[in-house]
Ligand binder design. Structure first.
Ligand code: NAD
Ligand code: UD1
Length: 338
């Protein structure tokens, strides 16, 4: 099947392109490169030995979408394109609502008008409300988001759910990611954040390469065994394979479905620092700093539904995630910028 991958030059999108191509799917990418590099597409081609049709366009550009759907026989879309920095979304809510919601609406309209009936959406654990017990199940309460980024995911889920009800024969799969880290085992593609990384693993690996002198650990007085926050980290290649499993699933199932993509295992910030040090033999200097606003002490998934219905389970462990993060960072100290 030919799959339209929006945001396919980005971190998760590029890894998903590799897994789709490895499974024999055709890949068409639309990405405006607002947070990525065209080099990622070249690297995907290098890893797989296969061609990617790449369009440097904005997903909100309806005319560009029309040209793509007219030129290629697309069977499904995976919608990764979006802005994702939580703090920035608080500073620039209108830009986030514009980019993340209108890209979803324009894409759905174009799919409807061109008879494309399958869409997978990049949602996030952030849509679950803070009142739930761990581990999080797909049936748990959503909403009460703490920032505009989270609301764009929540609202996009609703837009897609309503579309699945209204448009005949549509299939919508909402995938709620936990904390993707790591990189392709080749070290050729990986996460390349612009500016100071917001997320833990990119920060640790930039300390390891010498771009930052130490890690600040946000809070060591949480109600967890070592006082630091617990998250469900998942290897990006496992996450990417979850999308390939969802493509297979949606061919057989119409309407709306939602799945957690996580490992179900929680690790603390200190666990992550120690694992990175042990696996890669590099010391990560750190200091304890005040809590970061909006952080929950524990966040991890129950991934049983994905195992049962998608036949998908995370296979890589924490050591793999730490090793592959470092393989990418050490081979590309400045990311794609070199
Ligand atoms: P990323 O920034 O690396 O990738 C997003 C891609 O979308 C980038 O290449 C960017 O250039 C592109 N893009 C953004 N707006 C666009 C637009 N209007 N038109 C065309 N291209 C556009 O981020 P990622 O980590 O790969 O995340 C992919 C998706 O998964 C995002 O929707 C993100 O919100 C979601 N998600 C990510 C995480 C995570 O931890 N990385 C967790 C949960 C959900
Ligand atoms: C963050 C986002 C979340 C998003 C997810 C995707 C926030 C508040 N939440 O989640 O909406 O879906 O990324 O990846 O931004 N940490 C440090 N020092 C650092 C960086 C992080 O101690 O320099 C800690 C954090 O306090 C947290 C843990 O590491 O306890 C993980 O942080 P991060 O990687 O940002 O992920 P989340 O907070 O889970």
């Amino acid at each position: 099947m030919n799959v339209l991958v929006t945001g396919g030059a980005g971190y998760i999108g590029s890894h998903t392109c590799v897994e789709l191509l490895n499974k024999g799917h055709g890949v068409v990418v639309i990405d405006n490169l607002v947070n990525s590099s065209a080099k990622a597409i070249e690297r995907v081609e290098q890893i797989t030995g296969k061609h990617v049709d790449f369009y440097e366009n904005d997903v909100r550009d309806r005319a560009a979408l029309d040209r793509i759907f007219e030129k290629h026989d697309i069977g499904a879309a995976i919608h990764f394109a979006g802005l994702k920095a939580v703090g920035e979304s608080v500073q620039m809510p209108l830009e986030y609502y514009d980019n993340n919601l209108f890209s979803t609406v324009r894409l759905c309209e174009a799919m409807r008008d061109h008879g494309v009936k399958n869409i997978i959406f990049s949602s996030s654990a952030t849509v679950y409300s803070g009142t739930n017990q761990m581990p999080l199940r797909e049936t748990d309460v959503t909403g009460m988001c703490t920032n505009p980024y989270g609301w764009t995911k929540y609202m996009s889920e609703q837009i897609l759910r309503d579309s699945a009800k209204a448009i005949e024969d549509w299939s919508v799969v909402l995938l709620r990611y936990f904390n993707p880290i790591g990189a392709h085992s080749s070290g050729l593609i990986g996460e390349d954040p612009r500016g100071i990384p917001n997320n833990l693993m990119p920060f640790i690996s930039q300390v390891a390469i010498g771009r930052r002198d130490h890690l600040n650990i946000f809070g060591n007085d949480y109600d967890t065994p070592d006082g630091t926050c617990i998250r469900d980290y998942i290897h990006v290649t496992d996450l990417a394979r979850g999308h390939v499993a969802a493509i297979d699933y949606m061919v057989e199932h119409r309407g709306e479905s939602v799945f957690n993509l996580g490992t179900g295992i929680g690790y603390s910030v200190l666990d992550m620092v120690k694992a990175f040090e042990r696996v890669n033999g590099i010391k990560i200097p750190y200091e304890f700093a005040p809590r970061r606003a909006g952080d929950l002490p524990k966040l991890y998934s129950n991934p049983d539904k994905s195992a049962e219905l998608l036949g998908w389970k995370a296979e890589y462990d924490l050591d793999d995630m730490c090793r592959d993060t470092w393989a990418w960072q050490s081979k590309n100290p400045m990311g794609y910028g070199e």
